[in-house]
Design a protein around this ligand. Structure first.
Ligand code: ADP
Length: 256
């Protein structure tokens, strides 16, 4: 809550602590397919968040009794590295990490054609290397790209970001201090082609009108991020295409 005497998080000129305007996203950096040993991987930086996702599968389920006869089982582990936050975090999974693992899996499952791979498992690992507010959304973005990189058929890419209320104003994509000291935080995951909200949580208090406006702001943020995700994947496949083409040319040269 905004306490008396607390440093303001938005200046009179409407500038936030990190220099953004209320409707701005943090700068985003994306790298797809960086881990050799995973079937798919992605690394995403959103502001100071640094998150790596790796995907394995579809592969055989162990223990076998967990397998589902009509679709793939999706498992997800969201984990924060001990050095990801200001004070060393225990490496053991906290209640928060267990809950986030579940909500992230539920946010991604609707876009995966799980029915194509009965009796298999798709494992998603999300490692938060550095946290600065909105790690569940950044984790969803990275996992979505890693799933696509693994070649898993998907209905859409899930984008995610939060909106919230800080110093009485609605803002997009809250950083750590805004998340902790602001009045409300509304993380959203959204699949634009399906027009589906796959994650919606809220911490704090908003009026009904503020909630509706914050949801729209978050969905618009997700649409912006979705365009960047598509671009990153396109870049990845064009790069793979270049390597294949170079290999083909080399092969031809060898024959002549
Ligand atoms: P999200 O990261 O999705 O916003 P939370 O709202 O639970 O999830 O956390 C907000 C922020 O609080 C995190 O991004 C991180 O910067 C910080 N945080 C989370 N867990 C811890 C922790 N154990 N110690 C210190 N900071 C934490």
């Amino acid at each position: 809550m905004v306490g008396k005497g607390r440093k303001k998080l938005i200046s009179k000129g409407g500038v936030r602590v990190d220099g953004r305007k209320p409707g701005d996203l943090r700068p985003i950096k994306i790298k797809v397919g960086l881990l050799e040993r995973a079937d798919g991987s992605a690394y995403v930086e959103l502001g100071k968040n640094k998150i790596l996702a790796a995907v394995y599968g579809p592969r055989e389920v162990y223990p076998r009794h967990l397998s589902l006869h009509s679709r793939a089982l999706i498992r997800c582990r969201y984990h924060m590295a001990p050095f990801s936050v200001e004070e060393r975090k225990s490496p053991a999974p906290s209640r928060r990490e267990v809950e986030l693992s579940t909500v992230i899996r539920d946010a991604l499952e609707p876009v995966i054609f799980t029915e194509f791979y009965p009796r298999t498992v798709i494992d998603i690992f999300i490692e938060v290397l550095q946290a600065d507010g909105g790690t569940r959304g950044t984790g969803i973005i990275a996992a979505s790209l890693a799933l696509a990189d693994a070649g898993i058929p998907m209905r859409d890419l899930v984008a995610a970001c939060a909106a919230g209320k800080v110093d009485g104003q609605l803002v997009l994509d809250l950083n750590d201090v805004e998340d902790k000291e602001g009045e409300a935080d509304l993380p959203v995951a959204y699949a634009p082609q399906m027009e589906a909200v796959t994650l919606l949580q809220m911490d704090g208090t908003l009026t009904k009108d503020e909630f509706e406006r914050a949801l729209k702001l978050a969905v618009d943020g997700c649409k912006q991020i979705h365009a960047l995700l598509k671009e990153a994947l396109r870049g990845r496949y064009l790069a793979v295409g270049d390597v294949v083409e170079a290999g083909v040319k080399k092969g031809k040269g060898g024959e002549s």
